[in-house]
Design a protein around this ligand. Structure first.
Ligand code: GLN
Ligand code: ZN
Length: 760
């Protein structure tokens, strides 16, 4: 009989209880034992839900106190050497110290979990010698069994993926490190086997990326070692987020089950399994319910897919499961009372996905007729959204089709624009500017709350915002910046602000997902055709410009960033969505220009993170991402200066695409990447305006003039002084007023020194 299986459940709780508990504990408002019992209650509650829905293979050890990669590292005693540690079970204070830093030691680095918006703590090898400090999967298994009678399926992050995500070792030491970790995994697995555990899920998402022959050999060795150490423990080797490379090698590994993603890796995995078959002695974990998307599954289509699979795999070897852990979706649609009914009916968050898994499993076992009511309901709900007016804006669709058929191009080349813009703006060499936002003080947040609650009229709020703009225009002039900004006081979030004003977006009340640690985000939902309705930023920008002779930069979030930080519809391609957004934002760019704003920045910090996992898909993505940016910005006059901004990650492998965006000026983060970006300009020329962030805004520390002078000198070894701008790394929203003013003053002083040196 086919069985249902879930790869992991969200930690945060329906009302973000998890976040609240963590933060209260960190603030010292919750003692450790209360904290522990609150988290246990949540954990058990999550298991209970799955039990009630009749899920056969429920994941345990998917719960975490911060991050599952950090859990794996601390389970193996992998502690960075800057933290004091004497061995044994890692106490919570140390665990959170690694994640968040202490007064004596900086936190470990955090980075994106594959192509999701979840961030994990990067394990640092090379400190203490790895040992098993405690068997976390076993503890989780026992708890589920004792408290709820659940025969859980412990989840463990696999050794190859763990090692590949870690840092602190050289590539040629890979085998030596594996030789240290594999026996520890064996110990964990043996203890699980002795306990009577039936199945373990070993996650190896690294198998969807390109691996070398060495890695395949390593994989064989690892899983052969496991097979001989625990011959009676069933191992489900789980992959997700894409199709597996090296399918034939992977399905031959000596494990009892292979989990494949038939949502995000559908084409590739289906092709492999159809062409090469599937070993008769293994279970197939068929990941057919999207663990990352928010939409209801088309149950008929999924049944069709299961039918195809059940011709290749015997029914009693089939696991109907989520494509990945449900960590990436919100908890439940149930409490969303503010959504359009046709939208709400088409959504499935974690709890609703449990139902889908249970239904599909039943259909496989008892036949499709056994779920005919559910199928009919599903048809109706999906049709409702399909036919909604929001999805059928013919005007938008036609215009976007016409525009996106053209090549978006500015009227003049950069070289010509540069001359015209210099002529118009008369900026000094090394113009100084900031990235857009200024500190959002408690006062600003309070004002927004008062207005949102209705205690303040919109006019009261607008006047408060104007006062903030006044203050900061004066400050910027005093500091001596050349290109000013209005400060973004009216925005909480750079995506939400635009989403609330554009057609085609919806906002949930409780649709939170974990981004990193206790930080959760509530992404907007792009569910309809995106359209411009009225000017979104003109008023504040125009007001700011009226207060100064110096140029004020308009500030927009770009199409790719808005898309990558939202949940998006799936009936049209991401490329099409990007073009709809681009067209809508273009109208804002034009409105700003008409209002007399001559410099407009279109932020694209999230371009890099939308990059597909498979190298072969990356060029196409970058091509349409660049095109969407150009569509947004190409219709302005030659003297209108288009700026963009990027931050958060490594850009050195996409300099060509950045250049192809054809922005007159880009400001880009460098100070955290320790000059790697500068290094890449040694190999690639960059011949448009560019400002490399000269200080890290993520720290409250005020940077000294000399540090910034050093950064500037280093950059000018490879970049043209006539195209070089000076600015911080990113927006200053999270900083305090005094440190910001002081830092910017130092930045201007460093600029003056540079001007003296270079403008001979
Ligand atoms: N303009 C935005 C700001 O300054 C950019 C933010 C970002 O890059 N994430 O806040
Ligand atoms: Zn930034």
């Amino acid at each position: 009989m086919a069985k249902s299986s879930v790869l992991g459940y969200p930690r945060i709780g329906q009302n973000r209880e998890w976040k609240k508990a963590l933060e209260a504990f960190w603030a010292g408002k919750l003692d450790e034992s209360t904290f522990q019992s609150q988290l246990q209650e949540l954990r058990l509650n999550h298991l209970r839900k799955q039990q009630e829905k009749g899920i056969d293979f429920i994941a345990v050890n998917d719960f975490s106190y911060y991050d599952h990669v950090l859990d794996t590292a601390t389970m193996f005693g992998v502690i960075p050497s800057r933290f004091p540690y004497e061995g044994g079970v890692v106490p919570l204070s140390l665990y959170y110290g690694i994640a968040r830093g202490t007064k004596d030691a900086t936190a470990s680095e955090m980075t994106k979990w594959f192509n999701t918006n979840y961030h994990y703590i990067v394990p640092e090898l090379g400190g203490t010698e790895p040992v098993v400090t405690e068997n976390k999967p076993l503890i989780a298994y026992r708890e589920a069994k004792e408290k709820l009678g659940i025969e859980g399926k412990p989840v463990i992050l696999g050794p190859l993926t763990f090692l590949k995500l870690s840092k602190g070792y050289k590539l040629e030491e890979t085998d030596a490190w594996l030789a240290r970790f594999v026996p520890l995994y064996v110990q964990i697995l043996q203890e699980l086997a002795e306990e009577g555990v039936q199945w373990v899920q070993i996650d190896e998402p690294i198998l969807v990326t390109e691996l070398g022959g060495d890695d395949i050999a390593r994989l064989k060795k690892i899983y052969e070692t496991f097979a001989s150490a625990v011959p009676h423990l069933n191992i489900l080797l789980q992959t997700y987020f894409e199709s597996v490379e090296h399918y034939n090698d992977i399905v031959q590994l000596p494990v009892q089950g292979i989990g494949l993603d038939f949502v995000h890796g559908l084409a590739g995995n289906l092709k492999s399994i159809q062409e090469s078959g599937f070993p008769a002695d293994k279970f197939l974990g068929a990941g057919i319910i999207d663990g990352r998307g928010i939409w209801k599954a088309d149950l008929r289509e999924k049944l069709g897919l299961l039918e195809v699979l059940s011709k290749i795999v015997a029914e009693d070897r089939l696991l109907v499961q989520t494509s990945c852990s449900l960590l990436h979706v919100p908890v439940t649609v149930k409490n969303e009372t503010k959504l359009l009914p046709e939208l709400k009916d088409a959504l499935a968050f974690a709890d609703e996905k449990l139902d889908e898994i249970a239904l599909l499993t039943k259909a496989v076992v008892d036949g499709a007729d056994s779920i005919s009511d559910a199928l009919a309901r599903c048809d109706k709900e999906l049709l409702g959204l399909k036919q909604s007016s929001e999805r059928n804006r013919k005007d938008v669709q036609q215009t976007v089709a016409t525009i996106s058929a053209q090549h978006p191009e500015r009227s003049r080349s950069f070289a010509d624009r540069h001359i015209a813009q210099q002529d118009k703006w008369q900026l000094p060499i090394f113009p100084t500017t900031t990235i857009g936002s200024f500190p959002q003080s408690a006062e600003v947040r309070k004002a927004r709350q008062l207005w949102r609650k209705g205690d303040w009229t919109p006019e009261q709020y607008a006047s408060f915002i104007r006062d903030q703009i006044d203050i900061w225009i004066k400050l910027q002039e005093e500091i001596g910046l050349d290109v000013l900004v209005h400060g973004e006081f009216e925005r909480t979030d750079m995506v939400e602000f635009f989403g609330e004003k554009l057609a085609g977006f919806a906002f949930t009340l409780f649709g939170w997902v974990q981004s990193y640690g206790s930080r959760c985000v509530k992404p907007p939902i792009i569910f309809g055709d995106v359209a411009f309705e009225e000017a979104m930023t003109v008023e504040e920008t125009k007001y700011a410009q009226s207060k100064t002779e110096r140029p004020v930069k308009g500030m927009l979030t770009g199409p790719i960033t808005i898309m990558n930080w939202s949940f998006v519809r799936e009936d049209i391609t991401r490329e099409q969505i990007a073009y709809q957004l681009a067209y809508a934002l273009r109208q804002e760019v034009e409105a700003l220009e008409q209002a007399g704003i001559g410099m407009i920045q279109v932020d694209e910090p999230a371009v890099r993170e939308g990059l597909p996992l498979k190298a072969e898909d990356q060029a196409a993505y970058l091509a349409w991402a660049v095109k969407a940016f150009r569509m947004t910005t190409c219709t302005v006059q030659e003297t209108t200066q288009i700026h963009t901004h990027m931050c958060y990650c490594e850009f050195h492998d996409m300099i060509d695409s950045i250049e192809a965006m054809d922005a007159d000026v880009i400001s880009i983060e460098t100070s955290r990447s320790h000059g790697e970006l500068i290094h890449s300009f040694e190999q690639n020329t960059y011949e448009l305006g560019i400002g490399l962030g000269v200080y890290d805004i993520h720290s409250p520390r005020v940077p000294q003039v000399e540090e910034m002078t050093g950064m500037i000198d280093r950059a000018l070894r490879v970049l043209d002084p006539n195209l070089f701008w000076i600015n911080p790394d990113c927006g200053l929203k999270t900083r305090g007023l005094e440190e910001t003013v002081e830092s910017l003053r130092n930045m201007v002083e460093a600029t003056q020194i540079a001007r003296g040196k270079y403008s001979a």
